[in-house]
Write a protein that binds this ligand. Structure first.
Ligand code: ADP
Length: 384
């Protein structure tokens, strides 16, 4: 496998570059804008939105296999290409149950995996009884195209829910089943696991990490998470069940809640490399990006183990509209011992946009110390 097509040209594709070089693989990218991060590392680029299957047909002619850094694709149109012999890894059938959050919850529940209580919001008649069952606060989610908390709303009362639904449905009616309603999980912590499966069905998992979100966007990741061996084993088993059931090839990210009662619930599946696995670039023998390319290219998987006691990853999120490249803040952060700064080269900053990340390697697993380091990075990065 020499040429890998990647649908999507954001930072996740950009971070495949080092691994591609190491494995002697060329990346061909499909992405809309010449300013997208992965354009600079791609051997060739097909400039088109990720859901443009006509462009993917052109991409297919330029590579041996196609993978995804963005799952917001048009699966029906891509299936036509698959029937014509285009190879997708993971296969399209592994993405199909995941792209709609309601279908995803149903799939996980039917597999016997623990998920929050949920309903499809397709019938206004049922709304009152569903809300009575779940109780406030309630979580309203767009079924499709949500990311970084866009489309996820934590709602405290009925009036706000009605308001939200009428805001969001002015152009499309409720009957079009746009939303999912679910219980608010009063979690103790949020966790994630990155897992990879090879063409032969071998599975490796990275250490379970703690993720910390603010306004529904990931701010920091602490590896490994401070959980019990039983909880870690349970989460690894969830990853195995899911990847085997979907016959995944490549990396999947699994986001979870750890309840105050110690119970684990699956929140969301990302059918691709994931923000919660960025620490692996600097902290593990095989990064999630190399692992993904190994899977996609039919190579044996690499060792996912941490090469240090622990690590903390901090996202550098935009906080203003600007064209700055933030040289001096990046420089200051890079001076922190054992810090590795990754800057995605985006030409435009906007509030909440992921512009880069920093991983600091640690010689212990002290959670408080990891959080303190994260805060010191954030105090350099964000203006007071
Ligand atoms: P996205 O796909 O936009 O990342 P998620 O479903 O992962 O959306 O939600 C983003 C964040 O919102 C989660 O990491 C969590 O902090 C919060 N959240 C989502 N669902 C729930 C829930 N049912 N209960 C409590 N918090 C939630």
């Amino acid at each position: 496998m020499k040429r890998v097509g990647v649908i999507g040209g954001g930072q996740l594709a950009w971070m495949m570059a080092d691994a591609a070089q190491k494995l002697g693989v060329e990346l061909v990218v499909q992405t809309p804008s010449e300013h997208d991060p992965a354009v600079s590392i791609a051997k060739e680029t097909v400039f088109a939105p990720v859901d443009d299957a006509t462009a993917t047909e052109i991409l297919a002619q330029k590579c041996d296999v196609i993978t995804f850094e963005n799952e917001f694709v048009n699966l029906d149109a891509l299936s036509v290409l698959a029937h014509q012999g285009v190879s997708f890894r993971p296969r399209l059938e592994a993405l199909a149950p995941l792209l709609d959050k309601y279908h995803q919850r149903c799939y996980l529940r039917d597999l016997g995996l623990p998920v929050p209580q949920f309903f499809a919001l397709d019938d206004v008649e049922n709304l009152k009884s569903q809300i009575e069952y779940l109780g406030f606060p309630i979580v309203l989610k767009s079924r499709r195209h949500g990311y970084d908390g866009q489309g996820t709303f934590i709602i405290q009362d009925f009036a706000t829910l009605e308001q939200k639904l009428s805001d969001e449905t002015t152009t499309q009616s409720l009957n079009q089943s746009l939303f999912l309603l679910e219980e608010f999980v009063p979690f103790e912590r949020e966790l994630a696991i990155i897992a990879a499966r090879s063409v032969e069905g071998e599975i490796v998992t990275y250490p379970v990490v703690e993720t910390q979100q603010e306004q529904q966007v990931c701010r920091r990741v602490i590896a490994p998470a401070e959980i019990t061996p039983t909880q870690a084993a349970e989460i690894q088993a969830i990853a195995h069940t899911l990847l085997n059931s979907l016959e995944v090839v490549g990396i999947f990210g699994i986001e979870l809640f750890l309840g105050t009662n110690g119970k684990v619930l699956v929140n969301e599946i990302a059918p691709r490399t994931h923000n919660s696995g960025h620490f692996s670039i600097d902290a593990c023998e095989t990064s999630q990006f190399e692992q993904h390319l190994r899977g996609v290219c039919g190579l044996p998987l690499g060792n996912p183990a941490l090469q240090c006691a622990g690590a903390v990853m901090v996202n550098l999120l935009g906080y203003e509209n600007s064209h700055s490249d933030y040289q001096s803040q990046r420089q200051q952060i890079a001076e922190i011992p054992q810090a590795h700064v990754h800057w995605y080269g985006k030409t435009e900053s906007r509030p909440g946009r992921k512009l880069g990340h920093v991983t600091v390697l640690l010689d212990n697993q002290n959670r408080e110390q990891a959080i303190a380091i994260a805060h010191s990075i954030e105090s350099i990065w964000y203006p007071r």
